[in-house]
Write a protein that binds this ligand. Structure first.
Ligand code: DMJ
Length: 543
C-alpha cells in the first residue's frame, strides 16, 4: 500500500514542470520558516503566560462561591516552611525631595532625643516628654524609618536604647492593639531587616506577655493588657473590645510565629479572624464593637471604615497576601465587604459628585455623610487588591476616593486635612465642610500612605506631586523648633499647635513620604512585603 502511494506521488512529481516544482519548494520553505518563528515566539512568551496564569488562578480563587473555603484548622496547622526570604538593601535618599524628608526626620528625632528620649512622645512646643505606655514609643516606632532612610547613626542609638532600656516588666496596662502594631510590629521589621537576634528576643518576650489578651471566654482579645502581670481585661468604660483592634494584630502575631518557629502566637490571633468570619454581618460590614465574653458584635454599633472599623478590612486583604493567597475565606470576606462598601457606604456629594465613604450609625440604618481622615487608607488597600487580581471597579473606587481625600487637604489654607470631613448631599454650593470640633490634625499618614501605594502600583507621578504639596503644608505649619506638632485647626492660617508629636508621624507619615518621592518606586516591593497598620513592612510567606 505504502509503495503504491509513494509510487503515485513520485509519478505526479515527475509530471510537474520546473516552475511548478520551484513553487512547491518555495512553499515548503515559507511554511518551515513560519513554523520556526512561531515556535521561538512561543518560547519567548511562556514566562509571561506563566505569570498571567498565576494571576488568573488567583482571580479564580477570589470567587465568592466556587472555591470552598480552606478549612481553618488545616491552615492553622500548616507546616511552617523554611523559606529563603530576601532582605532589602537601602541606599539612602536619591533626590532633593527625599533629602528634604530625611532632614525632617532628623529634625524630629533630634528634638525627641534632646527633650523626651526614652519616653513615648515629645511635646515639641513645650519641649517636654509625654508617656502613654512607657515603652519609648517614638524610638521603637520610628527606628525602621531611620533604617530605610539610611540614617545609621540614629538607627544605632535607637537600637542601643532598645537593647539596654526597653523592658516589658512594668506593672502597667497598655492597649493590646497599639502595642502590637507599634512595638511588636516594629521589632519584627527591624529583626527582618537586620537579622539582629536582640530584636527577635524582645519581640518574643513582648509577644508572650501580650498573649494574655486572648484569655477571654471567647478568645476575642481584651483591649487592655498588663505586661508585667500578664493579665488582661476590658477597658474600664465598657465590656467591649474594638472590632478593628482585635482584627489588627494577625500580621504581627503570625510573623512572630514564623520567626520563632512557635505556632502559638499565630494560632491565637488567627482564631480571632476565624471566629469573626463566622459572625453575621451586613454584606461583609461589621459593627465597631465586639464582646470578648460572648464573642458577639454589639448589634447597634456604628459601621464605619473610619475609627474602630478601618483596619478590620485592611487586614483581611493583607493577611490573605501575607499567607501567599492560601486562605480563601479572608479574600471572600474582603470582597464581600468591599461590595458592602459600594452598596451602603460609598455616596456622592453635591454639587460636584465627589465620591466619599460615609457611616451607618445606630443600628446600621441611618447614613451619616461624614468621613474620618483614617478612611483615606482605603484607596491604597483597594489598589493593592487590584494589583493582586481583584476587579477593576476596586481601582476606580480607589482613584475617585483618593481624589476626594486630596480635596480634604486642598480645601484648607494649611493644605492639611482635618480629622473628620462632612459632606453635603443636596447643597448647590459646597460638597464638603469641616466642623470646628473636627478641624484638628494629628499629622496622620493615611492619605500619603495611599499615595505611595498608588504611585508604586501605577507609576503615576501625579501622586508624588500631591504628596509634595502636603509635605510643604507640614513644613510650613507643623514644624516647630523641636520637631513637628499636631494642630488644632487646619482651617486657620495660624493654627494653634496641640503640642504633641505622635509616634506614627515618624513611623508612618515621614516613611511614606520618603518612599513616595523615591525614583525607584519599588524600594519596598509590594509583591514581597505586606505593610502593617503602623507602616512596618513584614515579609510575605508562601502559606
Ligand atoms: C496609626 O497608629 C495606625 O495607622 C492605626 O492603624 C490607625 N491610626 C494611626 C495613624 O493614624
Amino acid at each position: 500500500m505504502d509503495n503504491t502511494v509513494c509510487g503515485f506521488c513520485r509519478m505526479r512529481w515527475n509530471q510537474l514542470s520546473r516552475l511548478q516544482r520551484s513553487l512547491v519548494y518555495g512553499l515548503v520553505v515559507v511554511v518551515a520558516t513560519i513554523f520556526v518563528l512561531l515556535y521561538t515566539s512561543r518560547m519567548a512568551v511562556s514566562a509571561d503566560k506563566i505569570r498571567k496564569k498565576v494571576e488568573q488562578d488567583s482571580r479564580n480563587n477570589s470567587s465568592l462561591v466556587i472555591e470552598p473555603a480552606v478549612d481553618a484548622a488545616q491552615v492553622k496547622k500548616t507546616v511552617i516552611e523554611s523559606e529563603i526570604i530576601e532582605r532589602p538593601i537601602f541606599t539612602g535618599p536619591s533626590n532633593a525631595r527625599q533629602f528634604a524628608v530625611v532632614e525632617s526626620f532628623k529634625h524630629a528625632w533630634r528634638g525627641y532625643k534632646a527633650h523626651a528620649w526614652g519616653h513615648d512622645n515629645l511635646k515639641p512646643v513645650s519641649g517636654a516628654p509625654h508617656d502613654w505606655f512607657s515603652l519609648g514609643l517614638t524610638i521603637v516606632d520610628g527606628l525602621d524609618t531611620a533604617y530605610i532612610m539610611g540614617l545609621m547613626e540614629e538607627f544605632e542609638e535607637g537600637r542601643q536604647w532598645i537593647k539596654t532600656e526597653l523592658v516589658f516588666t512594668k506593672n502597667k496596662d497598655v492597649n493590646f492593639f497599639e502595642v502590637t502594631i507599634r512595638v511588636l510590629g516594629a521589632l519584627l521589621t527591624n529583626y527582618h531587616f537586620t537579622q539582629d537576634p536582640m530584636f527577635l528576643e524582645k519581640a518574643k518576650d513582648l509577644g508572650e506577655r501580650l498573649m494574655a489578651a486572648f484569655s477571654s471566654p471567647s478568645g476575642i482579645p481584651y483591649s487592655d493588657v498588663n505586661l508585667g502581670t500578664r493579665t488582661a481585661h476590658a477597658p474600664e468604660w465598657s465590656h467591649f473590645s474594638t472590632t478593628a483592634e482585635v482584627t489588627t494584630v494577625q500580621l504581627e502575631f503570625r510573623e512572630l510565629s514564623r520567626a520563632t518557629n512557635n505556632p502559638a502566637f499565630e494560632d491565637a490571633a488567627a482564631a480571632v479572624s476565624e471566629k469573626i468570619h463566622q459572625l453575621p454581618k451586613k454584606h461583609g460590614l461589621v459593627p465597631i464593637f465586639i464582646n470578648p465574653n460572648t464573642g458577639h458584635f454589639l448589634p447597634h454599633a456604628t459601621i464605619t471604615l473610619g475609627a474602630r472599623g478601618d483596619s478590620y478590612y485592611e487586614y483581611l486583604l493583607k493577611q490573605w497576601l501575607q499567607t501567599g493567597k492560601t486562605i480563601n475565606y479572608l479574600l471572600d470576606d474582603y470582597m464581600t465587604a468591599i461590595e458592602g462598601v459600594r452598596e451602603y457606604l460609598a455616596k456622592r456629594s453635591s454639587p460636584n459628585k465627589r465620591l466619599f465613604i460615609g457611616e451607618l450609625a445606630s443600628g446600621s440604618e441611618a447614613f451619616n455623610p461624614k468621613m474620618d481622615h483614617l478612611t483615606c487608607f482605603l484607596p491604597g488597600t483597594l489598589a493593592l487588591g487590584h494589583a493582586n487580581g481583584l476587579p477593576d471597579w476596586h481601582m476606580t473606587l480607589a482613584e475617585q476616593l483618593l481624589y476626594t481625600c486630596y480635596l480634604t487637604y486642598a480645601a484648607h489654607p494649611t493644605f492639611l486635612a482635618p480629622e473628620i470631613t462632612h459632606f453635603n448631599m443636596a447643597s448647590p454650593t459646597d460638597d464638603m465642610y469641616t466642623k470646628t470640633a473636627d478641624a484638628h490634625s494629628l499629622l496622620r499618614p493615611e492619605f500619603v500612605e495611599s499615595l505611595w501605594y498608588m504611585y508604586q502600583l501605577t507609576g503615576n507621578s501625579t501622586y508624588q506631586e500631591w504628596g509634595w504639596q502636603i509635605y510643604q503644608g507640614l513644613e510650613k505649619y507643623a514644624r516647630v523648633e523641636n520637631g513637628y506638632t499636631s494642630l488644632n485647626n487646619v482651617k486657620s492660617e495660624k493654627p494653634i499647635p496641640r503640642d504633641m508629636m505622635e509616634s506614627f508621624f515618624l513611623s508612618e507619615t515621614l516613611k511614606y513620604l520618603y518612599l513616595l518621592f523615591a525614583d525607584d518606586r519599588f524600594i519596598i516591593d509590594l509583591s514581597k512585603y505586606v505593610i502593617n497598620s503602623e507602616a512596618h513592612p513584614l515579609p510575605i510567606h508562601k502559606n
